[in-house]
Design a binder for this molecule. Structure first.
Ligand code: EPU
Length: 419
């Protein structure tokens, strides 16, 4: 397994281009299964999770062509089987996103039940209950979810809690159901909006995306279209935090500042000067040490759990004491133990981390445990004296496009060591 070695140094400076959003591209690729003709998806990020999704669709018989510039053409009409096997689902939980489209379009699906994962139990009960309420017959046996329905029927769903992929699965299913579906307590994440826009571009009738009530008028058929994936707000935030904690400056391009309010406010509170334009964000720390900021994660538009680990890294070297409260996942603190190995002063109490900023971290071998934890260790490595070696970096390749090239171009010393 490859490793990354980061040699801590001075501040990072420069410009970086942001890729398409992973958590938007994955549901959109799954959503192509709803179409009755060829779909073209642009601005797809170059990530391992995308390769896995293409493999998953390919195994079902869907024809995919990857063109230059990460433009993917999908012909869903060549599909032969409606199954997502364990080997793929265990490497990528987002495979569950094919469940809704398959039942809605083809009347049947067999999807491996995703197990627990490094950040929590992550059950999919709300996905299943929603589909059942729409008339699907669902059996869970031998580790597989088997779903059947002649045609799903629109209904009113009230989700017990806010779930991003749950909302997406049910919205995709409802797009081809008979009649109107209302999803209350829907996730408001920008990626849900992007998926709704994609479905509407295929001829779907979804309104209310971005609010907690989605109204979906089922249609008979969805046609292919050309669609460009929105920018990745978490990749954007990760580079901004990296610049802030090293006391540097950065110009982040091809992004969308309007979907990062909670993150930008925290960076300003940490002492950063931020400017924004239509598709760019600049941040300048003017060489200062960041001030510690308290974080409380919650569904959008509150502070994203996917940025929690990166702000934990910032707080490790910030001036002051901070608390980080994780309310979305029950076990998303694996990076804390690794940061302690770099010399961070952190106390964990239940779902809260209390961090006393230290003047310096020192490099050490550390282990990446999940995607965002890995990113937080990379940026912690940028400020740690000496070498930080990060093992199990396959997590990073799942979700960050060309991370070492991008950081190198910002002046960081980071190399990949193949094993
Ligand atoms: N939950 C249930 N039952 C369900 C569904 C969810 O109890 O049926 C719980 C989960 O266990 C969790 C909470 O609800 O405690 C919220 O989970 P959610 O379903 O919103 O998470 P997700 O859809 O599985 C997506 C992103 C995650 C991101 C979360 C929260 C994708 C592919 N994944 O996961 O992204 O952290 O929303 O914003 O969109 C990442 O990119 O690193 C990542 C983990």
């Amino acid at each position: 397994m490859d490793k990354l070695i980061i040699t801590g140094g001075g501040p990072i400076h420069g410009g970086v281009r942001i890729a398409g959003a992973k958590n938007s591209a994955l549901p959109i690729l799954a959503g192509t299964l709803l179409a009755s003709s060829r779909v073209t998806i642009k601005n797809v990020p170059h990530l391992h999770d995308i390769t896995t999704t293409m493999g998953l669709l390919g195994r079902m018989g869907v024809e995919l062509v990857l063109n230059e510039g990460m433009v993917i053409e999908v012909d869903p009409t060549t599909i032969q089987t409606y199954s997502a096997p364990y080997e793929l689902v265990k490497t990528m939980r987002a495979s569950i996103l094919v469940l809704g489209p398959l039942v809605a379009r083809y009347g049947e699906a067999e999807v491996s039940l995703p197990g627990g994962c490094a950040i929590g139990q992550r059950p999919v009960n709300l996905h299943l209950e929603g589909l059942q309420a729409m008339g699907a017959e669902i059996n869970v046996e031998n580790g597989y979810i088997r779903a059947k329905a002649k045609r799903l029927k629109g209904t009113r769903l009230v989700l017990d809690l806010v779930t991003v992929t749950g909302t997406e699965n049910l919205m995709m299913a409802a797009a081809l159901a008979d009649g109107e579906t209302i999803i209350e307590n829907a996730a408001r994440e920008p990626e849900v909006v992007d998926l709704a826009n994609f479905i509407n571009a295929m001829g779907g009738k979804i309104s209310g995306a971005g609010t907690d009530t989605l109204v979906i008028e089922g249609v008979e058929k969805l046609n292919g279209c050309e669609y460009s994936v929105m920018p990745d707000r978490i990749e954007t935030g990760t580079y901004l935090v990296a610049a802030a904690m090293t006391g540097g400056s950065i110009m982040v391009k091809d992004t969308d500042p309007t979907i990062l309010d909670a993150v930008l406010l925290k960076l300003e509170e940490a002492g950063a000067t931020i400017e924004t334009g239509d598709d760019w964000i600049s941040l300048d720390m003017k060489g200062k040490r960041p001030k510690a900021v308290n974080i409380h994660t919650a569904p959008y538009p509150a502070f994203p759990t996917d940025m929690q680990a990166q702000f934990a890294a910032l707080n490790c070297v910030a001036d002051g004491v901070s608390t980080i409260k994780e309310t979305v996942f029950e076990n998303r603190f694996m990076h804390i133990h690794e940061m302690q190995r770099l010399g961070a002063d952190i106390q964990l109490e239940g779902n809260t981390a209390i961090i006393r900023g230290v003047e310096r971290l020192t490099g050490a071998p550390v282990m990446a445990t999940d995607l965002r934890a890995s990113a937080s260790l990379v940026i912690a490595g940028l400020v740690a004296e000496g070498d930080t070696t990060i093992e199990r970096i396959y997590h990073i390749d799942r979700g960050y496009d060309c991370i070492e090239e991008k950081f190198s171009s910002l002046g960081a010393t980071i190399v990949r060591v193949p094993e």
